[in-house]
Design a protein around this ligand. Structure first.
Ligand code: TRP
Ligand code: ZN
Length: 483
């Protein structure tokens, strides 16, 4: 039986099974063609990311988003205002925000009405009087409409705000955030958030961070539910779920508060999947650094999902729950991916390979070293098989060209094995010092990390020349020998 299962796994991975493909929804979607790769020259506005040149905007830095929306979950319509506090990095006679779909009613800059125009995903704003470099300014955008998922051409999955049974959820990585609030939609511009979401009284809102007050809305029969995220967060991590929910609280021995949110009627065996989160959070807390945010917890969409997602402080799972490895993986992202931000998706393995390896370290801790060694062997075997598949490529060559190129087993598993190879080369003591120092030096606001930063640091800490090891693991066409 086990053999059959492994064979099936190898077959699936040879065809690159990860992640599960989600079909386009049967309502309109927005294509992001101009945002990717080969369209570099189509529109100069963007931060020039190698994979997503049009995402984000130059000229300013956002500090805070205040997103105030009234939502009718049944018709999936929203209306409201997003207020953005930003600082100009240069003199600005106009600037852009990213916004996909929806109708803009008005825009103001520092309280004064501003002209605006829209083209594809760019909302161009011309303030009455130009903003000067280093000046702090506030932009308020009033808008309404029915959010349409962004179809990211590198991923072919609906992203952003989308419908689920009995409600709505948000899953934005990497480009979807702009379908529900105007933003500087690149992970490198992190900001704090307040979500003020008004929904019919019998709906609950779950979001990142800390729940504040619930009060009556101006709309009869609606209540306004407020959540705040006071630690800097990338736009793709901003997540809300609206539906009928029950919550469960846990606390780790080290004192981290955990709040899980389950669709009403979630069976106990699904809730059990999250029973060991407190132990995991303390395990990573000792291994890497104390948990970086105010609280943590899972939220389950009221829908089976073919993926899980590391929304900051509130990881998102499908209603079917998740196994220990996936639960640990999303938690590990809170350190690597959320608090430490990857500079460009070319270096996606710096979060996916790291979260995968950290989840295996949890397995080593919880199930013992024999189980861990077996896991490494199984994953290695799968990768060796997969190199005969059409999608196989070195970690350093992932591109956003096809369904699985970016988020495939290369990024996740070969990335994780790269860390395992490093660990065996430098020894446990240096290895964990490298992980801790990398995290300490590159996490938090205003910083991002690249592969070269990690290699340089690994060499500094270990005192070894590791160019060959990283070249072998990240750049060669074929799988290196098993580490
Ligand atoms: N980052 C998520 C995880 O590994 C998965 C994910 C986010 C994803 N966006 C995606 C997978 C797009 C495939 C395609 O936990
Ligand atoms: Zn991940």
């Amino acid at each position: 039986m086990k053999k059959l299962f492994l064979l099936a796994l190898i077959f699936l991975t040879a065809c690159e099974s990860l992640p599960t493909y989600t079909p386009e929804p049967d309502y309109p979607v927005v294509k992001t063609n101009p945002t990717i790769y080969d369209a570099k020259t189509s529109d100069p506005v963007g931060l020039g990311d190698p994979f997503y040149p049009m995402l984000g905007n130059p000229g300013y830095d956002v500090n805070h988003y205040d997103i105030a929306l009234t939502v009718d979950p049944t018709s999936n319509t929203i209306s409201g205002m997003t207020t953005i506090e930003a600082v100009a990095l240069e003199d600005l006679s106009q600037f852009n925000l990213d916004m996909s779909g929806l109708e803009v009613d008005s825009v103001s800059v520092d309280g004064v009405d501003a002209d605006f125009s829209r083209s594809q995903m760019e909302l161009t704003i011309s303030p009455r009087s130009p903003i000067t470099a280093k000046q702090a300014f506030t932009v308020a955008v009033t808008y309404h409409g029915s959010p349409e998922p962004v179809m990211d051409d590198s991923i072919h999955m609906p992203l952003g705000w989308q419908k689920m049974t009995g409600g709505l959820f948000v899953f934005s990585e990497p480009s979807g955030a702009m379908n529900w609030f105007p933003c500087n939609n690149h992970w490198s511009d992190k900001a704090t958030y307040a979500f003020r979401i008004s929904v019919p009284d019998d709906f609950e809102v779950v979001a990142n961070g800390r729940r504040e007050n619930i009060s009556a809305s101006e709309v009869p029969g609606y209540s306004t539910q407020v959540w705040v995220m006071d630690d800097p967060m990338s736009t793709y991590l901003a997540t809300i779920v609206i539906g009928q929910y029950e919550s469960e609280s846990q606390q780790s021995t080290a004192g981290v508060d955990i709040h899980n949110f389950y669709p009403l009627g979630t069976p106990d065996n699904v809730k059990d999947d999250f029973a060991r989160t407190p132990e995991m959070i303390d395990f990573f807390g000792v291994l890497i650094a104390p948990y970086p945010f105010d609280n943590y917890g899972a939220v389950l969409a009221n829908e089976e999902l073919g993926f899980a997602f590391e929304a900051q402080t509130r990881s998102l799972f499908g209603k079917q729950g998740a196994d220990e490895e996936v639960v640990a993986h999303e938690l590990a992202h809170q350190w690597f991916g959320d608090n430490l931000t990857v500079a460009t998706w070319h270096d996606l393995w710096l979060k996916e390979g790291f979260a995968s390896y950290l989840s295996w370290l949890w397995l080593e801790h919880s199930q013992g070293s024999a189980a861990f060694e077996q896991h490494i062997q199984d994953v290695y075997d799968v990768l060796v098989m997969s190199q005969y598949g059409v999608f196989f490529q070195p970690v350093g060559a992932v591109r956003p060209a096809g369904l699985f190129d970016l988020y495939g087993s290369t990024t996740y598993y070969r990335g994780a094995l790269t860390l395992h190879a490093l660990r065996l080369e430098v020894g446990d003591e240096k290895f964990f010092e490298i992980l801790r120092t990398f995290y300490a030096n590159y996490s938090g606001d205003g910083k991002t990390a690249k592969t070269d930063d990690f290699i340089t640091l690994a060499q500094e800490v270990s005192g070894k020349d590791l160019t060959e090891l990283f070249d072998l693991w990240l750049n060669t066409d074929w799988m290196p020998p098993k580490p």
